[in-house]
Design a protein around this ligand. Structure first.
Ligand code: ADP
Ligand code: MG
Length: 921
């Protein structure tokens, strides 16, 4: 019979695995927007999004509502890694009846405790201080929290049932009670009585109480987690093994679907005590557990808690002994009627019995106190039963912990999780083998996780002070982050203004007399038609002005376009050397390509994609206006580029070069997309640089003779703002980036948008934030001082990482030699998002001006048009294209704009321009 009882109390390993799985399922259910109401494990969001980092400092008040007590605590933190906080505390016993009385009386009592405590702890000379005194409120009941300082009570438990509180915001109730105290305290009427554990409290410290501000409300579990966190050692899980049972952990915020919060992490209060209320634990529940449940005040509820909470362990043992007595398996020689008395066997006694494993004298003593006269054999058996009940509790705790750990590991997309776990409570402290079981069984069930158990020393009170301190630190940090980023955030009106300015500059650029002063040059391209699909032939193409210099062979046939190409490097010495060297190098590359492609004898028409601003005089005659994107070869500006190329061919004795057309890459992009979509009449580049072209009415092009038809205009919009018209949106960071380029003051619009600059803007913001100690705790990051070390492609990686699975980001952080905490990376992502969003929005504002002009040109209410796009930033950044299109819809609601990605537009496009030209000829 004893063996059967013991067996029923031991849960086999395979059953624990199943239980862990169920727990994880219920956790997911509790977090999901759709199923959380049905979940037994409630997974309540706490709005605590950070653990302490050790820089917290100041005075923090804590008030903790406990079973029949109110504890008050004043914690002073020194910003020294939280190693030596100074603490003063006081415990007030709650008077009879308060726990079941009116809610108002309860909160008034708490406010009086605070008042009394302050009167005694804070000396009057500091009472003149105007500083607010932040208060953390530990309220260990189930709450529906919607902010750190806003929480509706869902239901009372632990013997409380005050009226008028369920459904109300308890922070508000406490703050009102405090404020009311303040008003009521006339000073003279206040009686100064010894309050230690006494009910007769008097409202006293008038100057103090008005400073008290309830900043945070939290569950005791969260307090435990926070207590265990110190500098460089965040604690991200807490298990409370006390009268009740609970656990909390830092979850990925985007998985906590019951809140709006999506970035970073948030502490979730699992409320796992209710696990099993749907019957999922029935096969491990013994008849003894059933009896305990039936006799409790809430039968059928908190089934998990009733297996593990120390409030119940004594009772489980009592029922087991009662059962065995009835079966005549124990206490055959003594009257065991005393066991029928509820609560006669306390958990404390159970712990005393099992902590002395070797001897039964302790068992005998405990049982004799109860009035039993046990035999030696009874003592041994009682000890076995106690051990089984408490051992089972520890094992079940370990199973719950394993579920949490595995869940964290999985949701962080890690192969291995290393994490600190704060542990606290009567059972943890009172049962010598608890820690060992918790550690070994959780390791067995979650082998991928390495948990380090940390004892919580000062209870949840100090943790509550930490929460409050962290909340204030984050609030201050948030204010300052917003201050830094505010100038980079553009609203609708700002963007409309940019759009209007672009439109204005476009008009100036098109006008014969105003062209010279416009910052947007609006260069005619002499490309007057888009492809119609009948173009045929073999063409050579050059692509200069992008990241790579390429030579291509393009075959346009009935079946479509096929290409062969070769990438050639242009060394910086040549980019910034003499013009002759540059063009000689280009010819050498062409000759190499023709040789490799066995084209040496052919005399193919060549289209030259040349992505720099040119004053085009004809399709094959174009004067270079200025270099951009890092080129600065001498003796080229003002020269005809086609001529420079032909001269170089002559120097190199390369006969048979037939340059037909010079085109900008935007035009190439438009043409290549136009081959597939006849509505494509705009070309856009967002790569190293940014630029756009579109089909303008000839009659509007004041700089070219002729009124008929349309001509493609190369806007050269990168220079938008070079005349100062955008000065109001440039930030300090933009000016710093501009200053360090080879063309300061030039290409100002481009420097807000394109790949060559976004990383630099981010880098300068990060430097500023580091200096302000908003990042990396202000530790200097020497590598981050290096120009261009923060590449624009990092923005893509960082912004892509939903929930910041740190794996992808880690490589970047390593490359930059940054020691970034999780929060640092969340903030870095915000910086990247801000910079890339602004870029996309500005680009949209420019495009809005273009499409609106085209719509008006054509006298349409609604314009449907396609934009051919090229550029790695546009193509690879995870949000750029979405943000661009969304903003464009806002700014130009009467235009229906589609976007078509160009595949190798500059190569294909140049060939198509050559083809269209040949066809026309
Ligand atoms: P180009 O404009 O010179 O023809 P690209 O269109 O390939 O060349 O653009 C190159 C630019 O794209 C580089 O300046 C780089 O900063 C940026 N870039 C490269 N990879 C990425 C990426 N994954 N996400 C965003 N930008 C990128
Ligand atoms: Mg390009």
């Amino acid at each position: 019979q004893i063996q059967r009882a013991l067996r029923s109390l031991s849960v086999p390993l395979d059953r624990l695995h199943i239980m862990k799985g169920h727990m994880m399922q219920d956790m997911c259910r509790g977090l999901s927007r759709y199923t959380h109401t049905q979940a037994k494990v409630r997974m309540l969001p706490t709005y605590i999004c950070s653990t302490p980092n050790g820089t917290e400092k100041g005075n923090f008040l804590v008030v903790e509502l406990c079973q029949s007590q109110v504890r008050t605590l004043l914690v002073t933190l020194y910003g020294d890694g939280n190693l030596s906080p100074q603490m003063m505390y006081k415990i007030f016993d709650m008077p009879e009846g308060i726990m079941q009385g009116e809610g108002e009386a309860l909160f008034d009592f708490i406010a009086q405790c605070i008042s009394q405590f302050l009167a005694e702890t804070i000396s009057s000379d500091s009472s003149s201080s105007e500083e607010r005194l932040p208060l953390g409120f530990v309220f260990p009941f189930s709450c529906r929290q919607t902010q750190l300082d806003k929480a509706e009570l869902i239901s009372w438990s632990k013997g409380f049932s005050c009226s008028g509180v369920v459904g109300k915001d308890v922070v508000q109730l406490l703050q009102s009670a405090i404020d009311k105290q303040e008003v009521g305290s006339g000073g003279a009427g206040g009686r100064w009585l010894s309050p230690w554990r006494s009910w007769k409290l008097s409202p006293f410290a008038p100057g103090q109480l008005s400073r008290v501000n309830v900043v945070a409300l939290m569950n005791d579990t969260v307090g435990t987690m926070m207590t265990c966190s110190t500098e460089g050692r965040p604690c991200e899980v807490a298990v409370v093994a006390d009268k009740g049972s609970n656990c909390c952990f830092m979850a990925e915020a985007h998985l906590v679907e019951t809140t709006e919060e999506t970035s970073g992490r948030m502490c979730v209060n699992t409320e796992w005590g209710c696990f099993g209320d749907d019957g999922i634990l029935n096969d491990i529940i013994t008849p003894y557990d059933e009896c305990v449940d039936q006799e409790s005040s809430n039968p059928g509820e908190k089934r998990f808690e009733k297996l593990v909470g120390s409030l119940y362990l004594g009772e489980i043992v009592r029922h087991a002994l009662l059962g065995l007595t009835a079966e005549k398996a124990i206490f055959t020689g003594t009257d065991a009627a005393v066991l029928k008395q509820k609560g006669v066997f306390t958990t404390q006694q159970v712990l005393e019995i099992i902590n002395n494993e070797d001897s039964t004298t302790e068992v005998k003593r405990v049982l004799e106190v109860l009035g039993l006269q046990p035999s030696e054999r009874d003592c041994g058996r009682v000890q076995q039963i106690c051990r089984a009940v408490v051992g089972r509790a520890a094992t079940l705790y370990a199973t719950g912990l394993a579920a949490i750990l595995s869940y964290m590991c999985r949701s962080r997309e890690m192969e291995q999780l290393m994490v600190n776990v704060g542990v606290e409570g009567e059972l943890y402290q009172g049962y010598t083998r608890f820690e060992e079981i918790l550690q070994s069984v959780s390791k067995l069930l979650a082998p991928e996780c390495l948990a380090t158990l940390l004892p919580s020393r000062d209870g949840s009170g100090r943790g509550a002070a930490m929460v409050t301190a962290v909340a204030l630190r984050l609030e201050a940090q948030r204010r300052e982050v917003n201050e830094v980023l505010a100038p980079l955030r553009l609203n609708h009106a700002d963007l409309e203004k940019v759009q209007a300015l672009m439109r204005q500059e476009m008009e100036l650029g098109l006008g014969r007399d105003t062209n010279a002063t416009a910052s947007v040059r609006m260069l005619p391209t002499f490309v007057c038609g888009t492809p119609d699909g009948t173009e045929r032939g073999d063409f050579l193409a050059l692509d200069l002005g992008g990241t790579n210099f390429r030579v291509l062979l393009v075959r346009v046939t009935e079946e479509g376009i096929s290409m062969a190409s070769e990438i050639y490097v242009i060394p910086t010495t040549i980019m910034q050397g003499t013009g002759e060297e540059l063009f000689d190098h280009i010819i050498e590359c062409i000759m190499d390509f023709q040789m490799k492609q066995k084209l040496a004898m052919d005399n193919l028409p060549l289209g030259f994609t040349f992505s720099f601003p040119c004053q085009q005089v004809g399709l094959d005659k174009a004067l270079l206006l200025n270099w951009t994107k890092g080129f600065s070869a001498s003796d080229c500006v003002g020269q005809d580029v086609v001529h420079l190329l032909r001269n170089a061919a002559q120097r190199k004795q390369h006969v048979g070069l037939q340059v037909v057309a010079l085109v900008n890459d935007t035009v190439g992009t438009m043409m290549s997309c136009g081959y597939d979509d006849p509505r494509c009449e705009i070309g856009l580049i967002v790569g190293t640089g940014t630029n756009a072209c579109y089909m303008e009415e000839m009659k509007n092009v004041g700089t070219v003779e002729g009124e008929q038809g349309r001509m493609c205009i190369n806007m050269e919009w990168g220079a938008f703002g070079d005349n100062g018209c955008l000065d109001h949106i440039f930030t300090h960071f933009d000016r710093v980036v501009d200053d360090s380029t080879i063309n300061p003051g030039k290409q100002r619009f481009e420097k807000l948008i394109s790949g060559m600059y976004l990383g630099e803007i981010v880098r300068h913001i990060l430097l500023e934030m580091t200096e302000r100690e908003l990042l990396f705790q202000g530790r200097p990051c020497p590598k981050l001082q290096t120009k261009n070390i923060f590449q624009t492609k990092f923005l893509s990686t960082i912004e892509l990482s939903n929930g910041l699975a740190l794996r992808q980001i880690r490589a970047i952080l390593q490359e930059l030699e940054l020691d970034a905490s999780f929060e640092d990376s969340v903030l870095m992502r915000e910086v990247c998002q801000t910079v890339s969003l602004r870029a996309a929005q500005l680009c949209a504002a420019g495009l809005a001006a273009v499409v609106e002009k085209m719509r008006e040109n054509r006298g349409l209410d609604q314009l449907s048009v396609t934009v051919g796009v090229d550029g790695t930033l546009y193509k690879l950044h995870p949000c750029f294209s979405y943000n661009l299109q969304k903003t464009l819809k806002d700014l130009a609601p009467n235009c229906n704009v589609s976007f078509l990605l160009s595949e190798d537009g500059s190569g294909k496009g140049a060939a198509l321009v050559a083809a269209v030209a040949s066809r026309a000829a």
